[in-house]
Design a protein around this ligand. Structure first.
Ligand SMILES: Nc1ncnc2c1ncn2[C@@H]1O[C@H](COP(=O)(O)OP(=O)(O)OP(=O)(O)O)[C@@H](O)[C@H]1O
Length: 369
């Protein structure tokens, strides 16, 4: 998948700007801080996810003193060229494909498939389990339609069960019936999550050796309230609900289930959060993102677009070169950096751009600070 053209209108610090990009090439966006490099990545990410990775407030994406923004792109998917446009005004989003309105966001999300690495992602390992579930769900939703519909049905059932637990006189039969339906959906979700994580572990381990002189191995464990290899997952889940029913009635909340699950990362046999250095966490995260791109390519026949925001800080020259070497050759990549990089670091065609005050020019220009 390749973005051929991108156009911003009143998006962040871009009043009106058009960009052209090359297929399957690394694009390095160089420039001083606060010039608009990350805003370009944010625009591409927005096309992919219909939300920003930096803010939940859509209004802050509109250029100051303006009322609306739009992002347009021409994206090449396999042999097809998609013409997409997003127009956002007053929290209202309008989506267009080839100029015709797209009524459902779910039919728009994923036409552009972008994977992002940004410095905040490093919190994945130390933040709450919900962030790790979000990481897993976000990717599974893009990979499987069954996962999307099953997850949304499970979430509805969970909401209904919690409402039933909150009732003045909780209806035990209703709670039990909802539990039976939840267990059915949870089994499908657990199986898909566990197999996704095992594939991700395999792919990340293919990439990891490129980054380090010593052999490193990563294990990714799905932590759920029941044994994932248990013969009858549904029964095991029902037992878990039954065991916790007294507590659930007291707290008026469903305390066990896949909405509480977590992922454990183990590097060289030790819990990653307890022993890994910042550099190791960064390389594991990069291996996960590249592993993810490989899974997407295997499932869909095309690589996603890779957005690497400020990826080089804290990486020594060896690791920088290793990162570039590990990027699949036919993947379109965007890298932002405020440090000047030698073209010798790159083992494949690369285009350098300088971003200054919301203007992007080809080449590297030294700007007086
Ligand atoms: N809604 C907005 N309207 C106008 N300008 C904005 C808006 N939001 C952010 N900006 C401006 O965009 C610039 C920040 O852009 P961006 O985050 O892309 O920086 P960057 O070049 O990636 O810098 P760094 O290297 O520090 O990450 C700042 O000058 C900021 O004031």
């Amino acid at each position: 998948m390749n973005i051929q053209k991108l156009k911003f209108s009143h998006f962040r610090n871009y009043d009106s700007a058009s960009f052209s990009f090359e297929p399957a090439m690394i694009h390095v966006l160089f420039g001083r801080n606060a010039q608009g490099k990350t805003n370009i990545l944010e625009g591409i990410y927005y096309l992919s996810h219909l939300r920003s990775f930096r803010t939940l407030k859509t209004g802050s994406l509109i250029e100051h003193d303006e009322q609306a923004f739009s992002i347009e792109c021409l994206v090449e998917r396999k042999t097809r060229l998609e013409d997409l446009r997003i127009y956002v005004e007053d929290h209202k989003k309008r989506l267009f494909r080839y100029g015709s309105p797209v009524p459902a966001a779910s039919s728009f999300v994923g036409i552009v498939n972008a994977i992002l690495f940004c410095p905040d992602d490093l919190n994945l390992f130390s933040s709450s389990p919900s962030k790790r579930r979000q990481f897993m769900d976000m990717e599974l939703v893009k990979l499987s339609r069954t996962y999307t519909s099953t997850l949304s049905h499970y979430q509805k059932l969970l909401k209904d069960r919690n409402a039933a637990l909150k009732a003045f006189h909780p209806d035990s039969l209703l709670i039990e019936t909802l539990g039976v339906q939840m267990a059915k959906e949870a089994r499908i979700l657990i199986e898909q999550r566990a197999s996704f994580l095992s594939l991700l572990e395999e792919k990340a381990n293919e990439v990891l050796p490129v980054f380090s002189e010593s052999a490193e191995t990563l294990q990714i464990r799905y932590k759920t309230s029941v044994e994932t290899d248990s013969e009858n997952l549904e029964e095991a889940l029902l037992e878990a609900y039954e065991k916790s029913i007294k507590k659930d009635k007291q707290t008026k909340n469903t305390s066990v289930g896949i909405h509480r699950d977590d992922i454990e990362f183990i590097l060289n046999g030790k819990l990653l959060t307890q022993t890994a250095s910042q550099g190791q966490k960064r390389t594991v995260l990069l291996a996960l993102k590249i592993g993810l791109a490989k899974i997407i390519e295997e499932k869909s026949g095309q690589y996603p677009i890779m957005l690497l925001d400020d990826v080089f800080s804290e990486l020594d020259n060896l690791r920088k070169a290793a990162l570039i070497a590990s990027l699949p050759k036919n993947m379109q990549v965007f890298i932002t950096t405020s440090e000047e990089l030698s073209p010798a670091l790159f083992n494949r065609p690369v285009k350098f751009y300088t971003v200054e005050n919301a203007k992007m020019k080809e080449g590297i220009y030294h700007v007086e600070s």
